[in-house]
Design a protein around this ligand. Sequence first.
Ligand SMILES: Nc1nc2c(ncn2[C@@H]2O[C@H](COP(=O)(O)OP(=O)(O)O)[C@@H](O)[C@H]2O)c(=O)[nH]1
Ligand SMILES: [Mg+2]
Length: 183
Amino acid sequence: MCFHGPVSLIKKVLPFSSQGSSLLILGLDNAGKTTLTTRLAGILNGASKESTKEASEWTFKVNKSKLQLWDLNGELKNRQVWPDYYQKAKVLIFVIDSKDGVRLGEARCVLCDVLLHEELQKAPLLIISNKKDTIGSLPTSTVVDLMGLDRLEGREWAIKECSVETGDGIQEVADWITGKIKK
Ligand SMILES: Nc1nc2c(ncn2[C@@H]2O[C@H](COP(=O)(O)OP(=O)(O)O)[C@@H](O)[C@H]2O)c(=O)[nH]1
Ligand SMILES: [Mg+2]
């Protein structure tokens, strides 16, 4: 007997296991999400589980408990499946390419849409202003301004500068995650 069909269907509808916490890594394509995930795996005992064109699943060990991490594909055509992952997300990370001022407006709209989802109402949010090693990287105050972050109401949020390529700021991101998963 073959259960492949139904099991795949259940997995698609319920991408999370019932145990542990879940973290979503979101952002536009090319922001640095996958590079960040790989870097974090080195610090937080991460192991890659499954990868599709829409999402990569990882398991991390944080504070002796299991953390499921999902690195979601940020291309426009793949963003429509993001809500499938919102149900049990405890923590959100939104990665921004700080040298791509042209796409900050798009990033703002995408983040706005994400935060409107009821399931994510209580999830703390970390914005990562990435690619700080590049010439033309925008200062954090400009990113906060252009993303409208100071207008976020009723949401626990923080912003950190990072260069996931060089590793600068990664430890602070890992510490932030560890602090949130403790709660
Ligand atoms: N200079 C620089 N390049 C980066 C940084 N982070 C990511 N990149 C590059 O940006 C491109 C997209 O990164 P990737 O992690 O695949 O982005 P994703 O589409 O959000 O998953 C790759 O060529 C990375 O090497 C960074 O902090 N600095
Ligand atoms: Mg990616």
